[in-house]
Structures are given as structure tokens and as C-alpha cells.
Design a protein around this ligand. Structure first.
Ligand code: CA
Length: 162
């Protein structure tokens, strides 16, 4: 994944094409969590037929400077813009400086196929300093994908301390 992500300066953890490993952390202490809600606009069309089927994945960097999947939204079907219902809460902690968010277009929806990311297409990626999200509760940014000629969508994050 890192080769497709010029803005993620660290490699993804060893990925064999199967299910992405998930980082497990204790829930943040009250007041030390940042609950992020997401919306996505101008989603590029990744499928030949129909619109994209977006889902967002949220990554944090581990001690070995690998991005590890930490949380995800639900997926939605056939969208050019989407407001996701599922928030993701990350810790506000000196251990984690940045968060990486990827939008994927899902192509296979059977339960035993949906967590295998090689079944899906990367729409775009952005890496954001967590401090910026704390300072700016409504944060909007473009997603990037070196394989797309145009924009890879516009991500808006509404953040709340929890
Ligand atoms: Ca699709």
C-alpha cells in the first residue's frame, strides 16, 4: 500500500494480501479521546459500472513506524458523496502524532471477502497531524492517489473530544 501513498512516509505493516492486522489499544481515558465523524465528497468513480462503494479505514503508526489499521467506518453502496454513521475514536496521546485515513471502493460484499483488502480498490489517502484535528473541529482536506489523474475526493472530519 505504501507505494501508492506518497504522503504516508512509513510502510504499511507486512501485508500478505489477506486481512489487515488491527491495532488494539485500551479505550482512551475520558477527555483523552478524539471522536472523528467523516463525510466524503466528489468520490471518483472506481467501477466500470455504477458509482463507488466507499469505506474509510483509519491507521495509527506503531513503535516500528508501520501504519496499523485502528478503526473503520461502515461501507456504503453506490455513492458520489457519503456521510458515514460510524465514528472512529483515536487517543490524544504523545505516542501518536499522525493519523492516516484511506478511502476504499469495495468490490466484494460477502462476509468472508469484505475484510480482504486486495478485493477492493484504494480511492485515496491522506495523513493528518492529530494536533490539527484537535485545533480545528471541522477539518476538510483532499485525498490523494498517484494513480488517478484528478482529485481522489474531499474528506471532511468533524472531531469532538470525548
Ligand atoms: Ca465497487
Amino acid at each position: 500500500m505504501s507505494a501508492e501513498d506518497p504522503f504516508g512516509d512509513a510502510p504499511a505493516a507486512e501485508f500478505d494480501g489477506g486481512t489487515i492486522p488491527v491495532m488494539k489499544l485500551k479505550d482512551p481515558e475520558p477527555g483523552n479521546g478524539l471522536q472523528m465523524r467523516f463525510s466524503l465528497d466528489d468520490i471518483p468513480k472506481m467501477d466500470l459500472l455504477g458509482k463507488s462503494d466507499p469505506q474509510l479505514l483509519v491507521f495509527l503508526m506503531d513503535h516500528d513506524e508501520h501504519w496499523i489499521l485502528y478503526g473503520k467506518t461502515e461501507w456504503q453502496k453506490d455513492k458520489t458523496s457519503a456521510v458515514f454513521d460510524t465514528p472512529v475514536t483515536i487517543p490524544i496521546d504523545d505516542e501518536f502524532k499522525e493519523v492516516k485515513i484511506q478511502a476504499w471502493d469495495l468490490d466484494k460484499f460477502k462476509p468472508d471477502q469484505i475484510d480482504v483488502m486486495s478485493n477492493h480498490d484504494l480511492i485515496g489517502t491522506v495523513t493528518i497531524n492529530i494536533r490539527k484535528l484537535v485545533d480545528k473541529p471541522e477539518y476538510s482536506t483532499a485525498l490523494y492517489n498517484s494513480k488517478l489523474s484528478g482529485d481522489a475526493g474531499q474528506l471532511t472530519i468533524s472531531s469532538t473530544r470525548v
